[in-house]
Design a protein around this ligand. Structure first.
Ligand SMILES: [Zn+2]
Length: 384
């Protein structure tokens, strides 16, 4: 028997059909949401990117002069290129309990559930308001939400706390790691491969830097107390892409390593970067050649977050989920920026499993969306 699609599922199908890849326009999707909200007499504000091709959306439902609850999510999705999808990633496929499509878990499922609840939010006699905050370019370093936060600085009163709907299986997370990512640019001196002493091989420099990254990881593991609430109980160091060299018979004069550090709230990313730069300086020193150089360049970063367990956000949200089994996340969200830059703490709680995110045939289950729908019902009741 095929169950009739719920309102949330029908909305999710529509949201998935907008191919809102990071760095590409999401305006069609934002227009769709804004029109939908307007049909419920909810007026949305768009906060555009500098080039106007993307936008965040913010709306308040209920009494705006009281601190309320902000429901936050990102509208962008990661690429599908090179992935082995069994069907069109932007056409939702229903198969038993599974709803498959890009963004189903990360995190259009949550947005669909929020939108499906808007008519009830609008009808309810809310004593405290609900803020909707949907951002762009989260997946490439929480870019869009920073402009939204700038705008929210002028909104008074600010929300009392936020709920970020990243996939946690509807469990409550009170902390997550932050991230610093960038490139290590190793430079050398080009020459003919038959005369290695005439040049400086940048790939060799990069090889030593890879060793330095692994050493840094070992140092972190040996000098910090593991926190088993994370899947990876320490701050992690990772190299993801390496590029260098033009031909076998040429001494490469440049080699680049894309790297990241995902730090726990208690670990200072600047200190870890300083340690990496010290290692780079040591390697260059050992080469003792004017053309040998290593630069550690940061491209993006966002802070970790941690909300105290006695904070209202934790009590309120665990009260709705009925689940006191709190967790900490290895991946990041906009929660760190809301906490650091806006002074609004919160929790992460949303439908689906992060293990399905970013992969081919990403899916969310109907059971998880149903759980999120019930969460929204309880949220409305608790604020009424
Ligand atoms: Zn996400």
């Amino acid at each position: 028997m095929i169950l009739e699609p719920t309102k949330t599922e029908t909305l999710l199908e529509k949201l998935i059909a907008f191919p809102t890849l990071s760095r590409e326009s999401n305006l069609d999707l934002i227009d769709f949401i804004a029109d939908y909200l307007l049909s419920q007499n909810v007026v949305a504000t768009r906060v555009f990117s500098e080039d106007g091709k993307q936008a965040n959306l913010h709306a308040i439902i209920g009494p705006a002069d009281i601190p309320g609850v902000m429901l936050s999510g990102h509208t962008d999705v990661v690429p599908v290129a090179g992935q082995d999808w069994t069907s069109d990633p932007f056409a939702m496929r229903v198969e038993g309990d599974k709803l498959t499509g890009r963004g189903s878990a990360d995190m259009k499922g949550f947005i669909a559930s929020v939108l499906a609840a808007v008519p009830d939010m609008a009808k309810a006699d809310l004593k405290r308001p609900i803020h909707l905050a949907f951002s762009y370019d989260e997946e490439v370093g929480c870019i869009g939400v920073r402009r939204l936060i700038d705008m929210l600085q002028d909104v008074t009163p600010k929300p009392a706390f936020c709920i970020i709907g990243e996939p946690t299986g509807m469990r409550v997370a009170t902390a997550h790691k932050g991230k610093v990512s960038g490139e290590i640019i190793c430079s050398g001196k080009a020459g003919h491969s038959s005369l290695p002493a005439e040049g400086v091989n940048a790939i060799y420099l990069a090889g030593e830097m890879l060793g330095a990254l692994r050493e840094l990881q070992t140092e972190i593991i040996e000098t910090t107390i593991p926190d088993e609430d994370y899947l990876t109980p320490y701050s992690s160091v990772h190299a993801g892409v390496i590029k260098g060299g033009v031909a076998l018979n040429v001494i490469p004069d440049e080699c680049r390593i894309a790297f990241e550090i995902r730090q726990r709230p208690e670990d200072d990313p600047e200190k870890l970067l300083d340690r990496l730069r010290e290692k780079a300086a040591y390697i260059v020193d050992q080469w003792d050649h004017p053309d040998a150089g290593i630069e550690v360049k940061i491209a993006t970063n966002y802070p970790a977050f941690s909300t105290p367990l006695d904070h209202e956000a934790v009590r309120f949200v665990t009260g709705l989920t009925g689940d006191n089994d709190l967790r900490k996340l290895d991946f990041g969200t906009e929660a760190g920026l809301f906490q650091r830059d806006l002074g609004v703490s919160g929790v992460v709680c949303g439908p689906g499993d992060i293990a399905q995110a970013h992969k081919a045939d990403e899916f969310v289950t109907r059971e998880q969306l149903g759980k999120c729908d019930r969460f929204m019902e309880k949220l409305i009741a608790a604020l009424s």
